[in-house]
Ligand binder design. Structure first.
Ligand code: ZN
Length: 152
């Protein structure tokens, strides 16, 4: 009986240890940073283990360069807090909904020069249309802003 108990205890300890290992491992896949500058906050959630720190920095810099500008010019009442999600499970390029922009890390890896996709996506947050607009118009405005935002 005593030996059985010892065996169970050893098993429980083994399971506990592997659960802890798994926990630490899983955490490596997800980082969450909250960066505030002036009146705006960017929450950067990364679910891609191998995501480039350089790309992350460029995206954060791009956000704080263009979002205040777009807000000032087009919508002073836009959201103060925006979330970026780097999502390896997402197969599009990028999409924005409800203050959250989602990016495909694989696409960013293959198009490292195209960081101003950030400009396009956050303009959708500034646009903040409460009802459906023609897609070509919404997309056209976001692309126009992407074009002019870096040339001021
Ligand atoms: Zn778009």
């Amino acid at each position: 009986m005593k030996q059985q108990l010892a065996g169970l205890l050893a098993l429980a300890m083994t399971l506990g240890a592997s659960a802890m290992t798994f926990g630490a491992y899983a955490q490596d896949f997800v980082t969450r940073d909250s960066i505030s500058k002036g009146r705006y906050t960017l929450i950067f959630v990364n679910r891609d283990q191998g995501f480039s720190q350089e790309t992350k920095k460029e995206m954060i810099d791009a956000f704080f360069t263009v979002y205040p500008r777009e807000a000032k010019r087009f919508n002073k009442h836009t959201l103060r807090t925006v979330t970026f999600l780097i999502d390896p499970g997402y197969k599009g390029v990028a999409e924005t909904d409800n203050g959250r922009a989602r990016y495909n890390p694989e696409w960013l890896r293959k198009n490292p020069e195209d960081i101003d996709v950030v400009t396009h996506e956050v303009m959708h947050i500034v646009q903040d249309y409460r009802h459906a607009n023609p897609g070509w118009l919404t997309e056209g405005i976001a692309d126009y802003v992407r074009y002019v935002s870096w040339r001021q």
